[in-house]
Design a protein around this ligand. Structure first.
Ligand code: ATP
Length: 243
């Protein structure tokens, strides 16, 4: 791994978690620097969400040492908006500052929903709801964002739009993030580093040394994609296997 000079924001060491007799995380070490975006990949059931929940402070049963900033926010695959509160109230929820209303308006504008503050969650599309969930996270000005398949429920076009939105927000807010995703291209597009979780351990940490904006149809991208698919034990596409 390349030498990192920025200060550490997250440090987790020897994290273990089992359910019943089954060990899911078997001594995971993980570090994230300030402002660094790290993608976490692994087969279904490998423990990605379990690790994210531990870092979010939502799992009291894990063992090991975990140090995370208090200033953090979580975005899940499903938006988890309160249906009985309007969009703006969902974003403001729990934020107790004098300028909460203007911060809410700013956060909604940033995600492209400046005019939907008075709407009810049920009136929004899936993509819009997820934008609100991101606004709700952003208003807390988190140093760390924990994202569990945040775009996983969206159609392909919305997914691309949300990836572009994430890149813009990241450039402005400079938060660090752990992004759990099944989407190899999304991981390479958005992150500075890729972690692969397998058999209870982080088996690989790969720096993504590609310039921004990144394009999936470049040789560097394709090389990384192949490497990741091999680590994830995904067979090559038929046309690649033949070439
Ligand atoms: N609360 C729980 N009780 C029992 N088993 C659990 C619990 N939470 C997770 N597990 C088990 O731990 C393992 C890892 O689950 P986890 O959701 O972390 O995997 P994942 O890598 O995020 O999977 P996916 O990619 O499918 O979302 C799975 O076998 C799951 O069944």
């Amino acid at each position: 791994m390349a030498t990192r000079t920025a200060s550490r924001l997250v440090e987790a060491a020897r994290v273990r978690r089992s359910f019943g007799g089954t060990v899911v995380l078997d001594g995971v070490d993980l570090a994230i620097d300030r402002g660094e975006v790290v993608a976490l990949l692994g087969a279904s059931g490998s423990g990605k969400s379990t690790l994210l929940r531990i870092l979010a402070g939502l799992d009291g049963e894990a063992s090991g040492n975990v140090s995370v900033p208090a200033s953090r926010a979580v975005v899940f695959q499903e938006h988890r908006l309160l249906p009985w509160k309007r969009v703006a109230a969902n974003v403001t929820l729990g934020v107790r500052t004098k300028n909460a209303a203007s911060r809410t308006a700013a956060a909604l504008a940033e995600v492209g929903l400046a005019d939907r503050g008075d709407a009810w969650p049920a009136e929004l599309s899936g993509g819009q709801s997820q934008r609100v969930a991101i606004a709700r996270a952003l208003i807390r000005q988190p140093e760390l964002l924990l994202l569990d398949e945040p775009f996983g429920a969206l159609d392909a076009l919305n997914r691309l739009k949300m990836q572009a939105l994430f890149s813009r927000l990241r450039a402005v807010h400079e938060f660090a993030a752990l992004l759990v995703t099944h989407d190899v291209d999304e991981a390479i597009l958005l992150s500075d580093r890729l972690l692969v979780l397998d058999d209870g351990h982080i088996i690989e940490s790969i720096d993504v040394d590609l310039d921004h904006p990144r394009a999936v149809d470049t040789p560097g991208f394709a090389t990384l994609r192949r490497r990741l698919l091999t680590l994830l034990r995904v067979p090559a596409a038929p046309d690649e296997a033949l070439s």
